[in-house]
Design a protein around this ligand. Structure first.
Ligand SMILES: [Zn+2]
Ligand SMILES: [Zn+2]
Length: 413
């Protein structure tokens, strides 16, 4: 196929778009300048374009010249509240905002795929939804886009959905990695306030000190992880924030802490909720204190469909060679709101190593670091893979010999 050649031929334009996005990063739901650049990049292509209401999303539908099903491709668009320290000539011009997770590359690669697929519109057997999504970083932008109808944008539900994510470290540059089943963790929040009764620090017996109880909860949560959860269905609990008191000689009225809770199966997640809440309530009770504890659902587990993950890996291997398409040994402990799409559509989330040439991926600054750097050299390959995944999936589903699309999903058993 000429997709890869065509993608290579537009590498300079892709780099230019990525640098423009990178220079003007925006955070959250409202990304007007980013949206503008996406709309400009798609201008003139045979696409049905709509924009979001609650967020500055862009949904573009390409209707192929041949009848067939629908495939969805997703690229996220938002940046992070990080002050860039890469020293790149195209570094962020907005203080305190940086494309530190590489979403500028995803946006660019998806726009490139729209170009590649538009050029093949007459032969394309089916439709492609291009999902340009704000607010991946904690805002659940994918969920809002689903509520606003992105999955029905082409008139019928997609038969498959794919997303790419670049990594500034971890994998060698140009290596695509995916896996069947859980690909990323569910990420939830635990917020705890221990209430006691303040007083003079020299007379703890006449107060009710919340600090020792809060400290015990923090360590007990770690013991809970190892004593109450199967090592082969692991969980992570990290207390990242703890606050109490104002002075060394004053017992405060309350102590608060907040934790992230990560899990890789619905069962582990449900137990994590029950166990953490029970543990902190019972510890507070043991101390004669009261506690307010809440477990707040965040992103679900990102679960790849086994067939779709195998197909994505095989496609990457076919295009780039077997050494550039690997099966991830285990899920990542990060989380992704593409999980909301994969709850409704079988698909695959694929990582792409993008550390700069000459850098050791094992020690390179990771995504979200002020030093995170991503190599423009992966842009054309990423755009080509997006396009090729859509072409091959639509073609396979349209051919009479196809058996895909009706197979059960073992990842959800
Ligand atoms: Zn991120
Ligand atoms: Zn990201």
């Amino acid at each position: 196929m000429a997709v890869l050649d065509d993608a290579g031929a537009m590498a300079d334009e892709l780099t230019e778009l990525r640098h423009a996005l990178h220079r003007e990063p925006e955070i959250g739901y409202d990304l007007p300048r980013t949206q503008r650049k996406v709309l400009d990049a798609l201008a003139g292509l045979p696409l049905e374009i709509s924009v979001g209401e609650k967020l500055t999303s862009v949904t573009a539908v390409l209707r192929g010249g041949q009848p067939g099903p629908v495939v969805l491709l997703r690229g996220d668009m938002d940046a992070l509240p990080v002050t860039e320290a890469t020293g790149e000539p195209f570094a962020s011009r907005t203080d305190g905002v940086m494309h530190a997770c590489g979403h500028d590359l995803h946006t660019t690669m998806l726009a490139g795929a729209a170009r590649l697929l538009s050029a093949r519109q007459p032969q394309l057997p089916g439709s492609v939804i291009f999902m340009f999504q704000p607010a991946e970083e904690g805002g659940a932008g994918a969920r809002f886009m689903i509520e606003e109808g992105v999955l029905d944008a082409a008139g019928e539900r997609p038969a498959a959905a794919y997303a790419l994510h670049v990594l500034s470290g971890t994998h060698d540059r140009g290596v695509f990695a995916t896996r069947p089943g859980p690909a990323l963790a569910a990420s939830d929040a635990i917020n705890v306030t221990v209430r006691g009764r303040g007083g003079h620090a020299s007379r703890p017996h006449s107060s009710a000190d919340p600090i020792p109880a809060a400290c015990e909860m923090v360590t007990a949560l770690q013991a809970m992880v190892t004593r109450r959860f199967d090592v082969f269905d692991p969980v992570v609990v990290t207390v990242g924030s703890i606050h109490a008191g104002t002075a060394r000689n004053v017992i405060p009225d309350e102590a608060t802490f907040a934790a992230t809770a990560r899990s890789f199966s619905p069962q582990a997640k449900a137990r994590l909720r029950d166990e953490t809440l029970r543990l902190v309530r019972n510890i507070a009770d043991g101390y004669g204190l009261t506690v307010e504890a809440e477990y707040v659902d965040g992103y679900p587990v990102t679960v790849n469909d086994a067939d779709q993950a195998a197909f994505a890996k095989a496609t990457a291997a076919d295009m780039f060679g077997a050494d550039r398409a690997i099966t991830s040994a285990h899920p990542a402990t990060g989380s992704e709101d593409f999980s909301f799409v994969l709850e409704q559509v079988p698909g695959a989330f694929v990582f792409l190593g993008a550390c700069p040439a000459g850098t050791d991926p094992g020690t390179a600054p990771t995504n979200h670091s002020p030093l995170a750097a991503f190599d423009d050299a992966v842009l054309a390959d990423g755009a080509a893979l997006y396009a090729e995944l859509a072409i091959r999936r639509l073609t396979a589903l349209s051919s009479p010999a196809s058996s895909s699309g009706s197979s059960p999903d073992p990842a959800h058993d």
